[in-house]
Design a protein around this ligand. Structure first.
Ligand code: PLP
Length: 383
C-alpha cells in the first residue's frame, strides 16, 4: 500500500503535463532566441506557457518572469527590489518560508534592517503591528505570504497591500501554496510582486515564476543573455516552462472541482482526527487552504508519527519538508505562540486531486492503531 498525502511538499507530475513536456526534452531543440524555424517554434511555446501562467493568476503575460523555482523567485523579489532601493527597512512575516527568510537574512548582512511581523495564535498576521511598523517611513519592501505551507492559513493580502501602499512601500507575496488550490488574482490582491512554483500544482520541479508589476524597479540576480526581459539570464528551461504552462491551464480549468474534492476529504479527515484523544488542530479556527490539515497529539512526537505512518506506506510530513528531519520545532508554530514541545508534535497532511476517501479512511485507521499500540516511552513530548 502506498498513499501520498504530502502535496504541499511536492505534488506528483500530472501525466497530461508530462505529455506536453516530452517533445521539448527530446526532438524539439530550438533555442527561443534563435531566428530560424525551430527557434521560432520554441519562442512560441515559451510565450504560450507565459500566457497560461499569467491567466491562472489574472496577470498580463509581460508580468511573468520565469525562474528556476519558487525559491529563486522569492530571492529575486527580495534581493532584486532591495538592490535598486535606498537602504532602509525590510519587513518579512514570522511564518514565511525559508525561501523568504533566507534572502531577508542575507540582506540583513548587507545592512538592511530586517523586521519580522508577528502572527496571532491562529497564524494570522497582526495588522495593528503592521501599521505600527509602517508608521516609520523607511520601509521599502514587505513580504507576506498568501497561504502558509504548514498550517494552510490564508492571509488577507488585499488589506495588507492597502496598508503597505499607503506607507509608500512595495508588497511581495509568496503565493506558492495558494496557486492551483484557491483562486488567486494578482491584480485584485494588490501585491506588486508574487511568487509561484510549478511543482506545487502538479507541474515539474525546478521551475517557477515571479509575477511583477512592470513599474517595479527590479535588479536581476542572474545577468546574461537578456532572457526574461533582461531579468533572468540563461537559456530557458523550455520543457519545464511548457510543463508549468500546461499545469497552470489545467489548474485553472479544474480549480473549482479540485478545491471541492480536497475540502471534502480534508473535512472528513479533520472530523476523524478530532475524535483522537489529546489532539489539537493548528489554525483550526482560521480560513485555510482546502487541502491542508496540521495537528498534534498530546505526548506524541511528530517525527515519530511520520515514521510510523511511513512504515504503513503512508507519506505525510511533520511540517515543512525543508525542515522536517532537522529535529527543530516548526518556526511557524513557535511564532504562533506554541512551546517547542507542542510544535514538535505537529503532523501535516496535505491532499491532492488524486487522493480518495479510502486514503482518508486508511490514514485515520493507521493513526488509531499507532496510538493504541504506542509504547509509553514515546510519550516524551509534553504539552
Ligand atoms: N514558498 C513556499 C511557501 C513553499 O512552500 C515553497 C516550497 O516548499 C517554496 C516557497 C519554494 O519553492 P520551490 O520548491 O519551487 O523552490
Amino acid at each position: 500500500m502506498s498513499i501520498y498525502l504530502d502535496h504541499n511538499a511536492t505534488a506528483p507530475l500530472d501525466p497530461r503535463v508530462l505529455d506536453v513536456m516530452q517533445p521539448w526534452l527530446a526532438g524539439a531543440h530550438g533555442n527561443p532566441a534563435s531566428v530560424h524555424k525551430p527557434g521560432r517554434a520554441a519562442h512560441e511555446a515559451l510565450e504560450q506557457a507565459r500566457a497560461q501562467v499569467a491567466a491562472l493568476v489574472g496577470a498580463k503575460p509581460a508580468e511573468v518572469i520565469f525562474t528556476g523555482g519558487g525559491t529563486e523567485a522569492d530571492n529575486l523579489a527580495l534581493k532584486g527590489v532591495c538592490a535598486g532601493a535606498p537602504k532602509g527597512r525590510l519587513l518579512v512575516g514570522a511564518i514565511e518560508h525559508s525561501a523568504v527568510l533566507g534572502p531577508a537574512d542575507a540582506l540583513a548582512k548587507l545592512g538592511w534592517e530586517v523586521q519580522r511581523l508577528p502572527v496571532d495564535g491562529e497564524g494570522l498576521y497582526d495588522l495593528a503591528a503592521l501599521d505600527k511598523i509602517l508608521a516609520k517611513s523607511d520601509v521599502r519592501l514587505v513580504s507576506l505570504m498568501l497561504a502558509n505551507n504548514e498550517t494552510g492559513v490564508l492571509q488577507d493580502v488585499t488589506a495588507i497591500a492597502e496598508r503597505v501602499h499607503a506607507a509608500g512601500a512595495l508588497l511581495h507575496s509568496d503565493a506558492v501554496q495558494a496557486t492551483g488550490k484557491i483562486p488567486v488574482d494578482f491584480r485584485a490582491s494588490g501585491a506588486d510582486l508574487m511568487t509561484l512554483s510549478a511543482h506545487k500544482l502538479n507541474g515539474p520541479r525546478g521551475v517557477g515564476a515571479l509575477i511583477m508589476d512592470r513599474r517595479v524597479d527590479l535588479t536581476p540576480l542572474v545577468h546574461g543573455g537578456g532572457q526574461e526581459q533582461g531579468l533572468r539570464g540563461g537559456t530557458e528551461n523550455l520543457a519545464g516552462i511548457v510543463g508549468f504552462g500546461k499545469a497552470a491551464a489545467l489548474a485553472k480549468a479544474e480549480l473549482t472541482q479540485r478545491a471541492a474534492h480536497a475540502m471534502g476529504l480534508r473535512d472528513a479527515l479533520e472530523t476523524g482526527v478530532r475524535k483522537l484523544p489529546g489532539m489539537r488542530i493548528f489554525s483550526g479556527a482560521a480560513e485555510r487552504l482546502p487541502n491542508t490539515l496540521q495537528f498534534g497529539i498530546e505526548g506524541i512526537d511528530g517525527e515519530w508519527l511520520v515514521m510510523e505512518l511511513d512504515k504503513r506506506g503512508i507519506a505525510v510530513s511533520s511540517g515543512s519538508a525543508c525542515h522536517s528531519g532537522s529535529g527543530e520545532p516548526s518556526h511557524v508554530l513557535t511564532a504562533m505562540g506554541y512551546e517547542a514541545a507542542i510544535a514538535k508534535g505537529a503532523l501535516r497532511i496535505s491532499l491532492g486531486f488524486g487522493n480518495t476517501v479510502q486514503d482518508v479512511e486508511a490514514v485515520l485507521k493507521a493513526l488509531q492503531e499507532i496510538l493504541t499500540a504506542r509504547p509509553t516511552k514515546v510519550a516524551a513530548v509534553g504539552w
